[in-house]
Design a protein around this ligand. Sequence first.
Ligand code: C2O
Length: 546
Amino acid sequence: EITKVYDFQVVSSMVRRLGRTKNIITVNGELPGPTIYANDGDRLLITVRNTVKYKMSIHWHGIRQFRSPWFDGPAYVTQCPLKQGQSFLYNFTVDSHMGTLFWHAHIMWLRATVYGAIVIYPRRTMPYPFKSPYEEQVVILGEWWNNDIQAIEEDALRHGAPNQSDAYTINGFPGPSYKESEAQVYTLNAITGKRYLLRLVNAALNMELFFSIANHSMTVVEVDAEYTKPYTTDTILLTPGQTTNVVITADQPCARYFMSAVPYMSAQHVPYTPTAATAVLEYIACDMKSSTFATPETPIQPFFNDTSYATRFSGSLRSLASSQHKIDVPQTVDKEFLFAIGLGIKPCSPGSTCRAPDNGNFTASINNVSFALPTKMSLMEAYYRNVPGIYSTDFPVAPVNPFDYTDQSSGSLKNVAPQVGTRISVIPYGSNVQIVFQNTYIAGFENHPIHLHGYNFYVLGYGFGNYDASKSSQFNLVDPPLRNTIGVPSGGWAVIRFKADNPGVWYMHCHLEIHTTWGLATAILVTNGVGPDQSIVPPPDDYPQC
Ligand code: C2O
């Protein structure tokens, strides 16, 4: 185990995309931002200095932050954001991760341009559980807006829609399918016969994405920095917040091939032809026929709302669970939650200029509570210093059960006007927790990629319709995938399980930024019940205040 040191300067940078030049916020002037490299067990020391006028905070998405909650990064949850001129030293250990994670701004919608990969190799004595690739590449999927991201966010808060980006991107570039973007394309050079490990990240703000490479199948070997049983497929699906490592073999005729990322939109029912983000897989050091070089093959992607493809893919992933790589699925449950997640409509406040459908603003909630972040102090500090009035622990509000969450006619009425609150759940330290996420039918079916901070969790199962206890007979308790983000199917449910062994306050939210903004979030407080666990490191001296 060694210590790796990184310097992150949050700066304003001029970049050119889609034929226009624009000022955006970046880390060190890069888009995507710098990649962090570590082996499992290493310590990372990352100084973040904020030089821009926007408040900033950076989250190391998927890193457990075991005993180090101060460094998790979500603004107002584990720290106050950095004001212009402030800096903060993030100091944490990479603990039990192997694969790819990513970091991103965790305040407002600034992660639109403030994101980058975290590459985690196994412990230095450990090989990969699959044949080593010839070369590895990070492939980050994202979104691009021509307009100012602040204006886009305000619009999303005021109106329901539209929030569509102007382009999808691969390693920061829209690629040749967009006008004036032909030259800006990520290219992976491949040598015939060699194997390549692609470390895919979906850093998009609001869109689930399918990813395919023409004429090449991909073998999934890791998701969310955990090994999986090898699973070979033509297309993978990533929700925002998910990462997936695939191995490809350059076994096709010497040519150029397109890889592409296209939206998966579970809620979309009107035919829709989105433009794909495109990158190139180019065979080198071989005899390139000029004809195939000029016109690369285009991958065949699933239809934009192909929920059965999406479900089949996610349901095919299994933990490696080998004798070398043991897993530890909690077989019993001490604490169970049913979280009804969904969108809703809240009445316009008098005098406001809301123009959203039904003369109301969209909102989103969990068990009818639309989450509001505190403003004066982080939840974590309020807990640690025992400061009252920052949050309440009266969550969850019991969901109305039995209740048909997926019935459009009666269902939507139960969830139309959520209360706004900073209400969190208390979980006894050490307990085995099961959370049932029930996706409600409100304002259209939509997948919700739920992300939990501070933990990896096992995905025991999911399905369509209403969850009930009989579904537990379908649970996978043998080799369920271990993830940090799960797409809860539109009109369906998902069940996760984890051991609450990491004390602190941990955010849990939909990783579609627009839904988090509308309140589809909450936090869990894992505590031994007698106050802050002594095993939590104390807050550092430079811990930012609001
Ligand atoms: Cu990737 Cu709370 O975020």
